[in-house]
Ligand binder design. Structure first.
Ligand SMILES: Cc1ncc(C[n+]2csc(CCOP(=O)(O)OP(=O)(O)O)c2C)c(N)n1
Ligand SMILES: [Mg+2]
Length: 670
């Protein structure tokens, strides 16, 4: 097969071996120069990556964002030099040899692990093992969804991922491959760096899974090959590409640190420089006599030709989609940008309707009702839940399910796979074209926290609809009652944590989540019905300020009560009781600490006032000390909850207006 192509293009004039060795040499040299890094994996997978990029990967290095490019995810992110070498060799913009020389240095594009946004061509941030597998599943799913909406002329491509032993040992990989197999994501091809080595030594120390059997059991096709045989690699990729009925695992038997004379095949190549002597020996063994960081002209030209290989196809694609307004809207970046004014209108229209509604509802219900208003104008919104659809209120009358062979819907049943749900949503967001949201209980943010953290690190607009947000969920008890979760989530940079108090705030918080194109959001929503506190909503989105004065007493404040979510109702009742005692209390609703912190000092001072403060929230105090001032008090929880009906629990833990009033009395006496 390779033979037929051998003479046809200038690319083929340079031997595979030299092209792969260019990757190996750059990896050894960059790690050595940085005095840290992981040479073993890039050296081991250089052959696989060379065949993939040279023969199959559809991309044009000059246009890294081409929507119909194949996606390449390096899930084994510690092998970052593999990716950086490929980006440099194929001529991606900005990835110069100087960047390779500055591997792992402050401000370089070549961070220790690939970081999304640092350089074009880095499709996702990887390093926490297994996350990339989840991202790749999300990207492959997004590809099918875009294909269903826009047709094969516009979107029809593959998603490739490289994963190592570590990725496949991580639990998240199981959730992700299980979902991919279930959905039959046949354009997903996972290349497993089957080197049998991880940090502690041979993987036999810790694992004896039959990986192909495991993937087969999850509905995948599998192949096992010699990962150093270019013909075998090429044939396996051709086979996988020819049958898109199921996702593919290609287990590539490789030698970690391939080419290193004494260290190849050993864990010692995993995560430290090889050393000058070993590198010298590797150059001899590989037949690569060139100085450090030097790729000889014919080899570099051959690689650059690989980078240009997709240019014609991209030009043809551009011509094909020119004038396709549906495609232009669907592929606009950020997703939904053209519809945002309509979203704002829909929310503005919903607010007075919600305020005028006499019914007491849970904020999770208000969330569902908000979605009913927003979805008709925002088809890019893709819902889902980790098997708690009814509880989360994530599926509306406007949703249809996504299923194997039918990707035209807008709702994903993630199954009981919270961690994969987070990573898949990251993949969907990174792919472009969609705004993903997914639900579970707030307490189970623990199960997807690593993915949430990466949403934030990558600045992706992923919306986590987290219901049952306090002891207010009642009888399910302390295993299901989040206590420390709001504090823990508020500690994550760039993550917007919102806990709306009623229907109006819930609608506003959804608008905020959708408008912040570079932030993930958590919507912490109640299971139990809440009081309507915003009776006369203004068109202005007050929640967007993070906190605002809900009610101001006449004649100045004696105290300021600050509350979030379901506890704003407690503050309202306490204020009425305090008024009976001639204590003038202001109420501040604080749906989001992050957004409030971003306001100017004058606004913050005006909202917080100078009177002593009491905060009320059904969670731990920790993050509240930022707002309480010197004398402030906190009405909340300091231990796990309990199993009982919610009203009994609020009573038991002192989350009542009565206790709030007593706290104010105690505070003002001093
Ligand atoms: C979630 C997570 N846990 C631990 C690590 C630390 N770590 C980095 S690489 C690695 C071993 C990975 O082994 P493998 O995937 O086989 O890589 P190889 O040694 O073959 O390059 C570990 C434990 C990590 N990056 N992410
Ligand atoms: Mg390994």
């Amino acid at each position: 097969m390779t033979e037929a192509r051998e003479m046809t293009t200038p690319v083929e004039a340079v031997a595979h071996k030299d092209m792969a060795n260019a990757i190996r040499a750059l990896a050894m040299d960059a790690v050595q120069a940085a005095k840290s890094g992981h040479p073993g994996m890039p050296m081991g997978m250089a052959d696989v990556a060379t065949v993939l990029f040279r023969e199959y990967l559809r991309f044009d290095a000059s246009d890294p964002k081409w929507p119909n490019r194949d996606r390449f995810v390096l899930s084994a992110g510690h092998g970052s030099m593999l990716l950086y070498a490929l980006l440099y060799l194929t001529g991606y913009p900005g990835m110069s040899i100087d960047e390779i020389k500055r591997f792992r240095q402050l401000g370089s594009k070549t961070a220790g692990h690939p970081e999304y946004g640092h350089a074009p061509g880095i499709e996702t941030t990887t390093g926490p093992l297994g996350q990339g597998v989840g991202n790749a599943v999300g990207m492959a799913l997004a590809e099918r969804m875009l294909n269903a909406r826009l047709g094969s002329d516009v979107i029809d491509h593959y998603t490739y991922a490289i994963a190592g032993d570590g990725c496949l040992m991580e639990g998240i990989s199981h959730e992700a491959i299980s979902l991919a197999g279930h959905l039959g994501l046949g354009k997903l091809i996972l290349l497993f760096d089957n080197n049998g080595i991880s940090i502690d030594g041979p993987t036999s120390l810790a694992v004896s899974d039959d990986q192909p059997m495991r993937f087969k059991a999850s509905g995948w096709n599998t192949l096992s090959i010699d990962g150093h045989d270019p013909m075998a690699i090429s044939e396996a990729l051709a086979t996988a590409r020819a049958d898109s009925s199921k996702p593919w695992l290609i287990a590539c038997k490789t030698t970690i640190g391939f080419g290193a004379p004494t260290k190849a095949g050993k864990a010692s190549t995993h995560g430290e420089p090889l050393g000058e002597e070993e590198i010298k020996g590797a150059r001899e063994k590989l037949g690569w006599p060139y100085p450090a960081f030097e790729v000889p002209e014919p080899v570099l030209s051959a690689w650059r030709a690989v980078g240009e290989r997709g240019a014609k196809e991209r030009a043809a694609w551009k011509a094909r989609v020119a004038g396709n307004t549906a495609a232009a809207t669907a592929l606009a970046a950020p997703a939904g940008v053209t519809e945002m004014p309509a979203v704002a209108k829909a929310v503005a229209a919903a607010k007075p309707v919600f305020a005028g509604d006499e019914a007491k509802r849970a904020t999770r219900v208000w969330s569902k009702m908000t979605l009913e208003h927003v979805l008709p104008v925002l088809p890019e919104l893709i819902g889902g839940s980790a098997d708690l659809t009814g509880s989360n209120g994530t599926r509306t009358s406007l949703h249809t399910d996504i299923a194997k062979g039918n990707f035209s819907g807008n709702y994903i049943h993630y199954g009981v796979r919270e961690h994969a749900m987070g990573a898949v949503m990251n993949g969907i967001a990174l792919n472009g074209g969609f705004i993903p949201y997914g639900g579970t209980f707030l307490v189970f943010t623990d199960y997807c926290r690593a993915a949430i953290r990466l949403s934030a690190l990558m600045r992706q607009r992923v919306i986590y609809v987290m219901t049952h947000d306090s002891i207010g969920l009642g009888e399910d008890g302390p295993t299901h009652q989040p206590i420390e979760h709001l504090a823990a989530l508020r500690a994550v940079p760039h993550l917007i944590v919102m806990r709306p108090a009623d229907g109006v705030e819930t609608a506003e918080c959804w608008e905020i989540a959708l408008q912040h194109t570079e932030n993930p959001s958590i919507l912490a929503l109640s299971r139990q019905a809440v009081m309507n506190v915003r009776k006369n909503p203004t068109p202005e989105n007050l929640s967007a300020k993070g906190a605002y004065v809900l009610s101001e007493p006449e004649g100045g404040r004696d105290v300021t009560l600050i509350a979030t979510g379901s506890e704003v109702g407690i503050a309202v009742d306490a204020t009425a009781a305090l008024a009976g005692e001639s204590v003038r209390a202001a109420i501040v609703s604080m749906p989001s600490m992050e957004l409030f912190r971003a306001q100017d000092a004058a606004y913050r001072a005006q909202v917080l006032g100078t009177a002593p403060r009491v905060a009320i929230e059904a969670g731990v105090a920790q993050c509240w000390y930022e707002w309480l001032g010197e004398k402030g008090r906190f009405v909340g929880l300091s231990d796990f909850g309990a199993s009982a009906p919610a009203p009994k629990l609020f009573e038991h833990f002192g989350l009542t207006s009565k206790h709030a009033v007593e706290t104010v009395r105690g505070l003002l006496k001093k």
